[in-house]
Design a protein around this ligand. Structure first.
Ligand SMILES: [Fe+2]
Ligand SMILES: [Fe+2]
Length: 133
């Protein structure tokens, strides 16, 4: 897995979930770019919503178990990720594919999620790794 260009945190299950999310986000960018209809777009958006929610809960469970002291702040950042996704999902549900919604998806979903992985998840994984060592 070290040959990917994805930001890895070093916990294999978390990295697997992140990779699955990045890959589906990229697929949705492609659909938005080609102007795909709601019939193709919405099932992928629903699936992304599901796997992102499951992932965020999985991380919270892991942090609870490890009694991670920054759990509360990290969970708040998860709420921001979910809210950004919900905003864009609503726009796409209403207006469908188009250049503006593609830009909004890239910024509010892809960038927000990627920034969270780099700024929060890598730190968490590092600290959980240290405390279990
Ligand atoms: Fe994560
Ligand atoms: Fe996280």
């Amino acid at each position: 897995m070290s040959s990917t260009d994805e930001p890895e945190v070093g916990i294999p299950e978390i990295d697997r979930q992140h990779a699955e999310i990045f890959s589906l986000q990229n697929k949705i960018c492609g659909l938005l770019e080609e102007g795909a209809g709601q019939d193709r777009l919405m099932p992928e958006m629903d699936r992304l919503s599901e796997i992102m929610d499951a992932h965020l809960l999985y991380e919270v469970g892991m942090m609870e178990q490890a009694e991670y002291d920054e759990l509360e702040g990290h969970a708040k950042r998860h709420e921001a990720v979910r809210e950004a996704f919900a905003r864009v999902a609503e726009k796409i549900r209403r207006d469908g594919a188009g250049p503006f919604n593609l830009a909004a998806f890239r910024i509010d979903v892809v960038e927000t999620f990627c920034a969270h992985v780099i700024n929060c998840d890598q730190k968490m994984a590092h600290e959980l790794g240290e405390s279990s060592a």
